[in-house]
Design a protein around this ligand. Structure first.
Ligand code: NAP
Length: 310
């Protein structure tokens, strides 16, 4: 197919994370003419995981990159086709969705948004200034630059705990700064941090600003109970304070108060034929396994929807 020509599919998927890749495999395997459009590499947030240790059946742990490569290979083996491109707009005329990357146009009977979520920022002085010079949102990518150095992780959820533990394997010491007196992470994940002698918890501490001369040297913390401010020395600040759903393509779809897209149990949104799966969807538990499950349901929902179109 030459560029510029419209490409028509039964089921088109935007986003190549665990949700999109699973939907591609299930859609193709169900006999739907299925395509996936992804702006970069398949894998989404799984690409940032060094050891994926909680996906059922994959034990011992595999890297997120290997996991994603396997999912892509599996989807392609069942007939899904993959395109690289950044989707600029989506539209629906009658029962047909039209998706444009600016250079290519795709049409489909059913459409899946599996666009995931991006890292939330702290929005404090020094964060943007030192990004790439000690401030990071990816331990797998930037951790090795801080071998035998002191690093500070911000956040109290699963991501902060997992990444603090990963960083403790290379840094001389890891400080985990959390704004409350207890971690939000799942108990098993939190315990591994609490029991790790190379990680020190700094609880009830709110980051105020990141400082240094050319690179990160200190972070200013405020005790949320006493109000006391402390200058904490560190070579790097790794920020894991949650995610923001990537919904710029979906302004017209029903969302919850936090901006996540609302679906029914088959992942269909408020727009018939438009499905949504993975971290961009409103749900209580965001894991790779739940993203994959969403993707399977979305393909199932799309198949039923297309069949009922007649
Ligand atoms: P999360 O669960 O939303 O946790 C975000 C953490 O950052 C919370 O502890 C929050 O504090 C803190 N925070 C938020 N804004 C802050 C600010 N401005 N300043 C300081 N701290 C701030 O996010 P996540 O850890 O990125 O996880 C996202 C989803 O992925 C979750 O559903 C998680 O379960 C899942 N996940 C799972 C795994 C795993 O299973 N191993 C690994 C990674 C992610 P409060 O607690 O006070 O709100």
């Amino acid at each position: 197919m030459s560029s510029g020509e419209k490409k028509f599919f039964d089921f088109l998927i935007i986003g190549g994370g665990a949700a999109g890749l699973t939907a591609a495999q299930y859609g193709a395997r169900a006999g739907l003419k299925t395509a996936l459009v992804e702006s970069a590499f398949s894998g989404g947030q799984a690409l940032l995981i060094n050891d994926l240790e909680n996906y059922p059946g994959l034990f011992p742990a595999v890297s997120g990159a290997d996991f994603a490569a396997g999912m892509e290979k599996q989807a392609k083996a069942f007939g899904a086709v993959f395109f690289t491109g950044t989707v600029a707009s989506i539209d629906k005329k009658g029962n047909i969705f039209s998706v444009s990357t600016g250079t290519e146009t795709f049409e489909s009977k059913a459409l899946l948004l599996a666009t995931g979520a991006s890292h939330r920022k702290l929005n404090i002085p020094g964060e943007a200034e030192f990004s790439g010079r000690g401030v990071s949102y990816c331990a797998t990518c930037d951790g090795p630059f801080f071998r035998n150095k002191v690093v500070t992780v911000i956040g109290g959820g699963d991501a902060a705990c997992d990444e603090a533990r990963f960083l403790s394997g290379m840094a001389s010491h890891v400080y985990l700064v959390h704004r409350r007196d207890e971690l939000r992470a799942q108990a098993g994940v939190a315990k591994k941090v609490i029991d790790n002698p190379k990680i020190t918890l700094l609880l009830n501490q709110k980051p105020l600003e990141i400082n240094g001369s050319g690179k990160v040297e200190t972070i200013l913390l405020k005790n949320t109970v006493t109000g006391e401010q402390t200058v904490h020395k560190t070579d790097a600040v790794f920020i894991f304070v949650g995610m923001t759903p990537q919904t710029s393509l979906a302004e017209f779809i029903k969302k919850d108060n936090a901006g996540y897209i609302i679906t029914d149990e088959n992942m269909q949104t408020s727009v018939p034929g438009l499905f949504c799966a993975g971290d961009v969807r409103a749900k209580p538990f965001r894991q790779i396994v739940t993203a994959a499950a969403d993707g399977a349901y979305a393909a199932f929902g799309a198949e039923n929807y297309i069949r009922n179109l007649g």
